[in-house]
Write a protein that binds this ligand. Structure first.
Ligand code: PRX
Length: 649
């Protein structure tokens, strides 16, 4: 572990919300001493309650926790309406398209556009509280506006990342029994138009019978097919709508959204988030971790299809009343200086991205940052996967000019917002280290019986007390919620939340994330279950057996490595492109494998369990340390090694 420590910039600390570790500990100890009192204070201060709650935390049906019981509020009010008095003319969403087109939407404009959208949902599509609406959208302002409009009318949105295939979209529509899909004809990427609507058409031809209508935003005006009666032109319909629309009174615990994510079984899980607890933490982490204030311009480069986009492009920044920069393109187009040019042009103060993006930007344009004025930057953030020290160093020095804190934020779809992260004005940072749990978050590294691990020993990263923005359940599957998150570790006899990650403490009690300990892999920050990929490959008739593992990759962090056993007589020519096209159809291009190796069999124990550790070692070119004599067929190992060597040659 690195011994290097970077102290906060004293100039920054002076003006920061949390100025020192003493202040951090004061907050964290307050939470430890009076947990409910801690949250009660912030909930009262931060949320615009329409009707007050009468209990902070209800643990009676643990792990189905309830926060701010019986309180009434609305997330759209929290993000938009309540700012209008003081910040109506402030820019809420600053949009830059792939081609450099810029749109500035003030809080006043946003309010009107959201209200019109909400009226459209209600009047034209009969959308009401509790209905599920699927968004299959590009990165355009209407995506954020649609989310807020859903929140306003009380509909539960479920965003499906635009890179997912028709099959994956159909599955998510069906699991949520959604009524409406909101999409766009397409958008622009690397200067060229691409289409989204045809994927929706295909998804609905495969199933998704609950869908009554498809609302299409025209972004690039490309020719698209149209189903009369089902498809509706957003741009035409929105004109006539009133820009006044009362928001629905929502209970603290009413679901705000579902977001599907991968676990260790084949079927994605619909992570269900609440209204009040989620937005409270989204706002508080914007204030603590990014320290946004005044006229700061905040830029998170994620896609709204992922949790990072939900919490740190839309809900967090807007709840905090800041200006959020939304970007349609890719940071390396038209060249590797695009991101830095945008920082200069828009005077970005906080920049938040993924390690994969940092590695790509570093590799493609090591000296690019020096060509631009990046002096507006105050805080840099990373999320989604472990960052390696060289990428961290470049980010710190070349991008941040050695004066910006890097907040390495650890969190998950299920946690709603940051959990473990430096606080920029307070925490002395160590490269590639998430440091400490945020105030109010009780993160512990333990074994399954709740015993703390010694310094230097990897253990299960658990959150031992419920927190307001936590997942509430898996949509329609309470049992799976308990099994996935509350079955692996106990503390004082009580089941605690297990993240699926391992972590380790150093001698200064800093937390470093060591990665997933379950069968989830992380490719360029995209989370995928090996079981999900295996299930997709198995759908092919020629496949007898398959095993998917993640292997380290220089840029992507991890890449997908597939071992496949074909049925007798199957054609093994072109197996790589064949299987990749299946994955692209079943899941999306993000699930394509870098390595696909046909093998005569898999290493199995006599009881039929696949020895994945052996497969991992072979794929990584490591020595096999396991005892292979207990395998059903020990000779298979050498055959697999040969097959891999041939492909790698
Ligand atoms: O393994 C951890 C990794 O990403 C997983 C969560 O993925 P997802 O739900 O898609 O959310 C990603 C964005 C919040 C975690 O279980 N992860 C996330 N942040 C970090 C990380 N690994 C190391 N360091 C991080 N900062």
């Amino acid at each position: 572990m690195s011994k290097e420590v970077f102290n906060p910039n004293p100039e920054f600390s002076k003006q920061a919300r949390v100025k020192s570790m003493d202040e951090y500990w004061e907050l964290q100890n307050r939470a430890k001493d009076d947990y409910e009192g801690f949250w009660d204070g912030f909930a009262k201060e931060k949320i615009d309650w329409i009707e007050p709650y009468n209990k902070v935390l209800d643990e009676s049906k643990a792990p189905f926790y309830k926060w701010f019981v019986d309180g009434k509020m609305n997330v759209c009010n929290q993000c938009v309406d309540r700012h209008l008095k003081d910040k109506g003319d402030k820019i809420a969403i600053l949009f830059e398209g792939d081609k450099g087109d810029v749109e500035k939407i003030t809080y006043n404009d946003l309010s009107k556009r959201v209200n019109k959208f909400a009226n459209l949902l209600k009047e034209n599509f009969g959308i009401k509280k509790g209905d599920r609406v699927v968004l299959y959208m590009p990165m355009i302002p209407e995506a954020a506006i649609a989310m807020l409009a859903c929140a306003r009318v009380g509909a539960i949105h479920s965003i499906v990342f635009g890179g997912f295939s028709a099959e994956a979209l159909k599955d998510r529509i069906e699991d949520a029994s959604a009524k409406l899909v909101i999409t766009a004809d397409g958008a622009f990427r690397k200067g060229k138009p691409y289409l989204l609507k045809p994927v929706v058409d295909e998804a609905l031809s495969l199933g998704g019978k609950s869908i009554e209508a498809v609302l299409v935003v025209k972004r690039n005006n490309e020719e698209i097919a149209w189903v009369d009666g089902r498809d509706h032109n957003f741009n035409e319909l929105i004109e006539a709508k009133s820009d006044i629309c009362d928001f629905e009174l929502m209970d603290s615990e009413d679901p705000l959204f579902l977001l599907y994510t991968s676990g260790s079984t084949g079927k994605p899980k619909g992570v269900q988030h609440s209204s009040a607890g989620y937005i409270l933490w989204a706002q508080m982490t914007m204030e603590w971790v990014f320290d946004v204030k005044g006229d700061d311009i905040f830029w998170c480069t994620a896609d709204i299809g992922w949790i990072t986009g939900h919490t740190y492009i839309v809900y967090g920044p807007l709840a905090a009343g800041t200006t959020t920069l939304m970007f349609e393109g890719v940071p390396t187009y038209p060249d590797a200086g695009r991101a830095w040019k945008m920082v200069e042009t828009h005077k970005v103060n906080q920049f938040y991205t993924a390690p994969t993006a940092i590695r790509v930007l570093h590799k493609m344009g090591e000296n690019e940052p020096s060509k631009y004025d990046l002096s507006s930057l105050k805080v840099l953030g990373t999320v989604g996967e472990p960052i390696d020290p060289p990428a961290w160093k470049w980010y710190y020095e070349a991008v941040g000019g050695s004066k910006c804190a890097i907040v390495d934020t650890w969190w998950q779809t299920e946690t709603g917002g940051h959990m473990i992260s430096p606080i920029p004005g307070a925490t002395p940072i160590k490269p590639a280290c998430a440091t400490f749990a945020l105030p109010g978050i009780m993160a512990e590294i333990i074994n399954s019986d709740g015993e703390p691990k010694e310094v230097g020993e990897t253990g299960l990263l658990c959150i031992t007390k419920p927190w307001p923005s936590m997942i509430r359940t898996i949509w329609n599957d309470d049992e799976r919620y308990v099994k996935s998150y509350f079955s692996d570790a106990k503390k004082d006899g009580k089941a605690v939340y297990f993240s699926g990650d391992g972590a380790v403490l150093d001698e200064d009690n800093y937390i470093t994330i060591t990665g997933r300990v379950d069968d989830v892999i992380n490719v360029s920050g995209h989370r995928m279950g090996t079981a999900e990929i295996e299930a997709a490959v198995k759908k092919d008739d020629s496949v007898a057996e398959v095993a998917v593992i993640g292997v380290p990759h220089e840029i992507k962090g991890e890449s997908i490595f597939i071992y496949v056993v074909l049925k007798d007589g199957s054609n093994s020519e072109d197996i790589k492109s064949h299987i990749n096209s299946i994955l692209s159809d079943e899941i999306g291009n993000i699930a394509k494998a870098d390595d696909i190796v046909e093998v005569p069999g898999l290493p199995k124990t006599r009881s039929g369990k696949i020895m994945r550790r052996i497969l991992r070692a072979i794929a990584k070119g490591e020595e096999i340390t396991q005892d292979t004599s207990t395998l059903e067929d020990p000779s298979i190992v050498a055959k697999i090694e040969d097959a891999v060597a041939k492909v790698k040659k």
